[in-house]
Design a protein around this ligand. Structure first.
Ligand SMILES: Cc1ncc(COP(=O)(O)O)c(C=O)c1O
Length: 408
């Protein structure tokens, strides 16, 4: 079990008052807060180790490079990958753009199909949409059932179209559905398709093992798991590097740049994964990210997942009982993760969020970057409560009470 009250002491921001009330921060699917251990590590990095990485012979640069590269090892361990399969980018969104350009541009052509689901985040659909305008391939979306699951019949039908690559979220950032990633990946592989797993909402909450899932590409970001902002991770199964081109060009991603007898530039790329890390990266963020991983591992991902799911399930059950509230996603606790999206009849999602904010409760409202999903549900927006390690059952009660007053 998590000792939530002692965890809360590590998060200075939780002491803030908002509109005269204690802050109840339940917008964790958007970003999480940082424990003092991470905040101090950022300060320590700037005070002791700040230098650019990979390029310097001097001691500071070497120490910074060691921290940067040991972060790669720690992130690889977290998901059971090899360090060379880990590419650092600035967020999960950039990670999918990297795959869409570095793998998509050289491999996709007219006649090819890329599959997404109706519960995909814009971050997976839009990068491929942009690349499709260059290459002429088509995108199709797999339907979902009324109770918030991927429609497996439709999935199988669309796999029969022989898509080249499939994307889906491990955990839906709106429905809270935990998708059976292993099964979906196995099915895609049976039809010869590769898979990009959007693990942005799962890696912060549960142990995700890329080898066990046999996934081809996976993305997530540090800021949703107590880590610094500006750090995203792309996992690339080693064998796919040979069919990829660089994404961004510039310093660090090259071994050599020169010119030939016709005064044309010549370029030799660096080895992977550095070949995909052009220019000065978020050195401090990447170097400090292991502190947040260490923090979460000490708590244990098993307990984190259990705690957050219980909070969300209690919320889901309470809201479902209230009149004039529509709650979305699976009706079984087994298939739900740590968030609850809903609408209150007679109020817009923004009005609900503003009302909750007046009581110190921070929730998100809008389409949560899932436009197609909202369209499928026949709504334009929703309010979303999303929990993390520092949230309490008293907070659940406070939120439910506030909503009870609103509907009555
Ligand atoms: C499922 C999902 N995918 C992708 C993203 C994009 O993550 P980032 O903001 O780190 O780019 C989010 C962010 O909310 C998300 O919930």
């Amino acid at each position: 079990m998590l000792d939530v009250y002692s965890i809360r002491k590590d998060f200075p921001i939780l002491e803030r008052k908002i509109n005269g009330h204690n802050l109840v921060y339940v917008d964790n699917a958007a970003t999480t807060h940082k424990p003092i251990q991470v905040i101090e590590a950022i300060r320590e990095f700037y005070m002791k180790y700040n230098a650019n990485v990979h390029r310097g012979v001097h001691t500071l640069s070497q120490e910074a490079s060691d921290l940067y590269e040991s972060a790669r090892v720690d992130v690889a361990k977290l998901i059971n990958a090899d360090p060379e399969e880990i590419i650092f980018v600035k967020n999960a969104t950039e990670g999918i753009n990297l795959v869409a350009y570095a793998w998509g541009l050289p491999n996709l052509d007219r006649g090819d199909i890329v599959l997404h689901t109706l519960m995909d985040h814009h971050a997976t659909v839009v990068p491929f949409y942009i690349v499709s305008k260059y290459k002429g391939f088509r995108q199709r979306m797999i339907g979902i059932t009324d109770d918030g699951y991927i429609d497996m019949g439709d999935y199988e039908d669309k796999l029969r179209l022989n898509p080249r690559i499939v994307t889906f979220p491990h955990v839906s950032n709106m429905l809270s559905t935990v998708n059976d990633a292993k099964k979906l990946i196995k099915m895609a592989h049976e039809y010869g398709a590769l898979v990009i797993l959007d693990a942005t909402q799962s890696v912060p909450h549960m142990k995700v093992d890329v080898k066990e899932l046999d996934v081809d590409f996976m993305v997530f970001s540090a800021h949703k798991m107590c880590g610094p902002t500006g750090v995203g991770v792309v996992y690339v199964k080693k064998e796919h590097y040979s069919s990829m081109n660089p994404f961004l060009g510039g310093g660090d991603m090259i071994k050599d740049v020169g010119y030939n007898e016709y005064m044309e530039p010549t370029v030799t790329y660096n080895d992977v994964p550095v070949m995909y890390e052009a220019g000065t990266q978020n050195i401090v963020g990447i170097s400090v990210y292991p502190k947040s991983i260490e923090y979460l591992e000490k708590l244990s991902f098993e307990y984190i997942h259990e705690h957050v799911r219980k909070l969300a399930w209690e919320t889901y059950e309470a809201l479902r009982e209230l009149p004039n509230i529509e709650v979305y996603g699976p009706e079984s606790s087994r298939d739900r993760a740590g968030l609850v999206s809903f609408n209150v009849k007679g109020f817009s999602a923004h009005e609900v969020a503003a009302y909750l904010d007046s009581l110190g409760i921070a929730v998100r409202s809008g389409h949560h970057c899932t436009g197609p999903l909202h369209k499928r549900l026949g709504i334009s927006s929703s309010a979303r409560i999303s929990y993390y390690i520092y949230n309490t059952f008293e907070e659940v009660e406070y939120i439910v009470d506030a909503l009870r007053r609103l509907v009555s």
